[in-house]
Ligand binder design. Structure first.
Ligand SMILES: *[C@@H]1O[C@H](CO)[C@@H](O)[C@H](O)[C@H]1NC(C)=O
Ligand SMILES: *[C@@H]1O[C@H](CO)[C@@H](O)[C@H](O)[C@H]1NC(C)=O
Ligand SMILES: *[C@@H]1O[C@H](CO)[C@@H](O)[C@H](O)[C@H]1NC(C)=O
Length: 361
């Protein structure tokens, strides 16, 4: 922007635009004039956990170094990355605010509540067993907190405006990875009674029920992330134990694809049956695999291990300040053995916004 102070009117224009930029956080996606998202409301797992787990009795935490290494003042906040999460990036890109706070953040004021929060809890899954194994907030817990949140909104702006906020905000559901990777494959408790097809059915029907629950409470614009290529996560490359780190574990990726196909079918059905809804299947599988297969194209160098420690197993409490970290995390897709770096999230979110934002209105 070229600034000129030669007349008071241009100074006024400058100050007004500065105010607008500051007030709206500098929206980067262009939306039609009559479209806006008053808030972003997130549910799910560690990808959009903004600190919910900080005060829970669980090992699935990230409120210590080196998490948050590149965050404001290098502060670990409970976000499972070196910096912002996709939820932060979304509110920033939509011009709503700079960071999406956790609903459980004790310092929330009214303005924060009105512009959105995250109920997500690292380690959670659509399968209630997944959240229970991790000792974290299940989707049922998150739904209860959401109901409490709606009552708070009504107290602040009244019933009508609350309904408007719910109907127009962007709801984000991010889960399924912990169910497939942890509960089904690594721990294996569900393998006693399910195969991957019937387990996927369980996950999809649980996701579907949750979507219906928030729809009944007023949500209309709902984006649901599908599962990433879990066989390419550094942790799963290690666990597959085939000795070829450079190869993604096919078995896990096939499971994710099977689940994703079922999810897509169900989301399409919901989108066409729930009146006035925009229920969008957000495919992260394809773009992530593309990044993993062509890292140089995205300015990345390392995609088969995380930045923290050896990068092959460390995650949550196992990724801590006693371990060395990589020198330049902007060359890595993964921060720990499970979660992308800010750089990785940025590449992904920019692609997704361009591809899907118009599907929400
Ligand atoms: C927004 O504007 C477009 C074009 O003028 C119109 O077709 C659409 O119905 C409007 N949407 C809303 C929600 O008012
Ligand atoms: C998976 O389990 C279901 C029922 O539990 C069964 O009908 C189906 O044939 C099984 N699929 C495979 C591939 O084994
Ligand atoms: C969802 O349904 C609406 C009509 O209700 C349709 O315009 C839109 O294309 C559908 N979106 C998807 C992603 O299927």
């Amino acid at each position: 922007m070229k600034l000129s102070y030669s007349s008071s009117s241009s100074l006024t224009i400058f100050l007004v635009s500065l105010f607008l930029v500051a007030d709206h956080g500098g929206a980067r996606v262009t939306l039609p004039a009559n479209v806006s998202f008053p808030a972003v409301i997130a549910f799910g797992d560690s990808i959009v956990d903004q600190g919910a787990n900080n005060n829970l009795k669980t090992l699935i935490k990230a409120n210590f170094s080196p998490y948050g290494k590149d965050f404001v003042a290098g502060k670990p906040t409970g976000r499972f990355s070196n910096n912002k999460t996709p939820a932060d990036m979304l509110v920033e890109q939509l011009g709503i605010k700079e960071l999406l706070p956790a609903y459980l953040d004790p310092s929330l004021d009214d303005k924060e509540l009105l512009t959105g929060v995250s109920f997500a809890s690292g380690g959670a899954g659509f399968d209630p067993q997944t959240s229970q194994l991790a000792g974290v907030l299940s989707f049922a817990d998150q739904l209860n907190q959401f109901k409490e949140y709606i009552e708070k909104l009504k107290g602040i702006v009244g019933k009508e405006r609350t309904q408007y906020i719910l109907a127009n905000s962007l709801f984000l559901l991010v889960a399924g990875t912990d169910d497939l990777a942890n509960t089904y494959f690594d721990v294996g408790i569900r393998r006693l009674h399910y195969n991957i097809s019937s387990y996927s059915n369980l996950l999809v029907s649980s996701a579907s029920k949750f979507i219906l629950d928030i729809y009944k409470l007023g949500a209309r614009r709902i984006g649901v992330f599908n599962a990433p290529p879990i066989g390419c996560l550094p942790s799963q490359r290690t666990l597959s134990g085939n000795g070829h780190r450079h190869m993604c574990a096919k078995k896990f990726n096939k499971a994710a694809q099977l689940y994703n196909n079922k999810l897509q079918t169900e989301l399409k059905r919901l989108n066409s049956t729930l009146i006035q809804s925009r229920i969008v299947n957000v495919d992260i599988y394809t773009p992530l695999l593309s990044i993993i297969e062509n890292p140089q194209q995205y300015g990345l160098e390392v995609v088969d291990r995380g930045c923290c420690g050896t990068g092959t197993v460390e995650v949550a409490v196992l990724c801590n300040k006693f371990l060395p970290a990589c020198l330049d995390d902007s060359k890595y897709l993964f921060w720990d053995s499970y979660h992308p770096t800010e750089k990785g999230y940025n590449i992904l979110i920019n692609q997704l916004l361009g591809k899907y934002i118009n599907d929400f209105f």
